[in-house]
Design a protein around this ligand. Structure first.
Ligand code: M6R
Length: 606
């Protein structure tokens, strides 16, 4: 939930630490800070609010030093204030932390009883004070770290800077990611490879309960008291890949990357010449799977819901979907031989990870669909089927969603083939439809002027409804979620058939109703809902194809004509205009699109 970075350097580090924070800001952005060593003493600058506030502070009070740590925060324990901003420090040690120390109250009580004074309301301060207490008992930093780790419960990635030790940083992880970067005479620690990309491409990912002693030219990793080796990998990421390019926001850039995210993912899972999918090798046979469970959170959960329709329809496979935070505690019985899929852009979402672990405890085979291949979910799965969407920085998930849908559909097709429920002819049609998708997506991106006009109207509303049926229902949910998180307009997504069971009471002339309505086998049904809204003086906004617009367009308050596609792939196409609508409505309202209030990109806490 927070971003951390550290450098054991030979040149001044503050500008590079701040640049690293800029790349990590997507993980949290309510306060930030930097600490370095000046003549062996810890000095720090912290600021509440966006990183620009810290930069302004550093402009007035620069911070020298060649070894340092930095943090960008998403508050969990302790309000948003400068005194709770990290690094949290004593005179002996400064600490940056991502995660939650669950036993911080118990530790604080002990440490206060020893006579220690706490200066912040954070759980992290228990770590800083505990380390200090061990250091004051003449332990070395390494010994103090080992002793501290043994006392901590919960989730953490930590990087610690020690007074008088400009040649040293110590990092540790449990349930939160931390990567080591190898430079030339310098070494780095960061929450992810994105943070380190401009500094180095040589990265090692720490594993559960690892801690690392970092010096100018080496990283010694320990686990359970013993030295261990972690493979150094060369990341394909570069600093250039994580800029905004010519776009005003990361979200806009990432929406423009829908065609490339979809084609890159298709390249891995399709054989265009054979007009067939080329599934990854899996440690199970779809024929033997009694039930598939798909779990995820937020936008990824809507991908899971669409996946359910596809697996049920194409492979006649019973599917259960549940939100990670519900599933993890539901104690659901799971059948022997079952498969559980976790869907996640980051691969770090705490609730999805806990759901995955529950499924494993129930003997399920775990398949994860993740965009970050080095993530915790990837590591804890029997097999990963990655999306190839590239880095997604904007808090709103966009291209990762369409890439997740591509993976789910190609897997559903291969399951249908394996289970004998899908003919080769239908598979070939679906593959053709998938191959055409990147061009169709580019066409939709080209309709931005029409979408801006609709968004300007939606931006004036207080409440907005989104309706869809079948696979368009989760797209309605996605549209409503995006509008809420980006523009702060209240929005609800409903299956259109439910309209008459309650939400129809909301229909009024100031409540736009967005219909996600490709012409499919449920087109007549959604047309009835459209008529019901129109008859009650509502404001229907129609997202459909030429046939749908010809049928209902004259009664629509506004409409958008989308390319004709096979209805099975329609949700992948219709995801884009609902995301664009939210983007342009937020633009009209002037909200902070890439960093909406109260949110963070990766939710690694409960
Ligand atoms: O990294 P994940 O895909 O697991 O994240 C899940 C959700 O937190 C995420 O999709 C969230 O809902 C987005 N902000 C939606 O735009």
């Amino acid at each position: 939930m927070c971003g951390i970075i550290g450098i054991v350097g030979i040149n001044p580090v503050t500008p590079r630490l701040v640049e690293g924070l800029r790349r990590l800001e997507y993980r949290g952005y309510d306060s930030s800070g930097v600490a370095t060593l000046i003549n062996g003493h810890i000095d720090r600058r912290r600021a509440e609010g966006k990183l620009t506030n810290l930069e302004a502070r550093l402009g007035l009070e620069p911070l020298a030093g060649t070894t340092g740590i930095a943090h960008t925060r998403w508050a969990t324990h302790g309000g948003v204030s400068e005194r709770n901003a990290h690094p949290i420090a004593t005179d002996r040690v400064a600490v940056v932390h991502n995660g939650i120390i669950e036993n911080h109250r118990e530790l604080k009580a002990e440490l206060v009883a020893e006579g220690r004074r706490f200066d912040s309301d954070t759980d992290t301060e228990a770590v800083a004070q505990l380390l200090t207490s061990f250091l004051e008992r003449q332990m070395s930093p390494e010994e103090a770290m080992a002793a501290t780790m043994a006392r901590l419960k919960g989730a953490f990635a930590l990087v610690c800077l020690f007074a008088g030790r400009h040649d040293l940083l110590i990092g540790a992880r449990r349930n939160c990611p931390l990567a080591v970067g190898y430079g030339e005479g310098e070494m780095y620690l960061g929450s992810d490879a994105l943070a380190l990309a401009p500094l180095t491409r040589r990265i090692a990912y720490l594993e559960e309960d690892d801690w690392v002693v970092l010096r100018h030219d080496e990283a010694r990793v320990f686990n359970a008291g013993k030295p261990v080796t972690r493979e150094i990998k060369t990341t394909a990421l570069s600093g250039a890949m994580i800029g905004k390019g010519n776009h005003r926001h990361f979200m806009l850039k990432e929406m423009h990357e829908h065609p490339e995210a979809v084609s890159a993912t298709l390249r891995s899972y399709l054989d265009p010449a054979a007009r067939a999918v080329s599934p990854p090798s899996l440690p199970f046979d779809w024929k033997d799977v009694p039930r598939l469970t798909i779990t995820a959170c937020g936008t990824a959960y809507y991908a899971a819901q669409i996946g359910k329709y596809w697996f049920e329809r194409l492979a006649r496979l019973p599917v259960e979907t549940d939100i990670g935070s519900e599933f993890r505690y539901r104690e659901a019985p799971m059948p022997a031989g079952g498969v559980c899929m976790a869907v996640s852009q980051s691969g770090e979402t705490a609730d999805t990870l806990a759901a995955l672990r529950y499924a494993r405890s129930q003997g399920q085979t775990i398949l994860s669909i993740v965009n970050v291949k080095e993530s915790a979910m990837a590591r804890e799965s029997d097999v990963i089927v990655p999306t190839h969407a590239g880095p997604e920085i904007s808090v709103a998930s966009t291209k990762a969603f369409t890439a997740q849908l591509v993976v789910l559909l190609t897997l559903a097709i291969s399951a249908g083939r394996a289970r004998g429920t899908l003919s080769a002819a239908r598979e070939a049609e679906l593959v053709d439809a998938l191959i055409e998708l990147p061009s169709r997506l580019a066409e939709v991106l080209g309709s931005h002027e029409a979408i801006v006009a609709i968004a300007n109207k939606v931006a004036e509303a207080r409440d907005v409804l989104y309706l869809g049926r079948g696979t368009s229902y989760p797209i309605a949910l996605e549209g409503a979620l995006k509008l809420k998180e980006l523009s702060y307009i209240h929005a609800e997504g409903y299956p259109a058939g439910e309209l008459k069971h309650g939400p129809i009471a909301l229909i009024a002339e100031d409540v736009p109703v967005v219909f996600v309505a490709p012409t499919d086998e449920l087109a007549d049904k959604i047309a009835s809902a459209f008529e019901q809204v129109h008859a009650r003086g509502g404001k229907p906004i129609l997202f459909s194809d030429a046939a749908g617009i010809a049928r209902l367009g004259s009664k629509a308050f506004a409409s958008l004509c989308l390319p004709d596609v096979d209805p099975m792939v329609a949700p992948i196409l219709y995801a884009v205009p609902v995301q664009m609508l939210a983007y342009y409505a937020a633009l009209a309202k002037g909200t902070d699109i890439d960093q909406p209030r109260n949110l963070a990109k990766s939710v690694v806490v409960e």
